[in-house]
Design a protein around this ligand. Sequence first.
Ligand code: BTN
Length: 247
Amino acid sequence: MQSREFHEALPSTQDRALELARQGVPEGTRVVARRQTRGRGRGARDWASPEGGLYLSLVLESPATAPGVLPLAIGAHLARAFSLRYGVPARLKWPNDLVVSNGEGAARKLSGILIDEVGSPGGRRAVAGIGVNVALPPGVLPPTVEATAASLSEFARPPPGLEEVEELTVGAALAARRELGAPGGPEGAIRACSELLYGVGEKAVVDGDGRASGRIESIGPDGELRLRTETGPISVRTGSLRFEGGP
Ligand code: BTN
């Protein structure tokens, strides 16, 4: 196993892994915490991190793809792994979430993926920060977060252990990075992301630099979201996606 740093509590595994990445640690180095006190989400949001979740940051070589592709490719590998191992109906919510949806009611968030890039003596590194709701007891998340969250333990009996989920998650992230470095890999990864995409055909709004809305179609070659509007197709590269009544 590559080097693994474990902490009972850290402000953020991401910040610690970024420190290590800058020092030039090898791909596969990981930082894990039982809980985080200042967990970070995308766009400077907080990531509530009580005990019962997986909080992992993994150092990877930076793939030569557009920045939007890596979180989606990791998400696709993770969705397949959780579906195979635990029977979870996991889908990919653009740009960086895994949600569960059984076709009834709004989808709920199972995992979030945050990518930070940094220079190191060995070249550029990506740090993949992955939070997974494994077995969160009721009442430990803030109420607004809990209302739209799902845990693996709802699907898997007996509830999965944190170490098992950590190994699955690391395996999925490394497989995604290798796929993106292989000939034809990025194209295959994008196809898989489109197949696993949540909300295809539904009306959605993306709030980013501006506001875009339309029906979700697919993922484009740079990880962009393709929407169909009344005036034709558009692509959105950054932003947060929302559905009426969804997560
Ligand atoms: C998101 O959905 O906005 C991304 C959430 C990423 C959370 C993980 S938990 C491990 C790592 N450490 C952090 O502070 N954030 C990431």
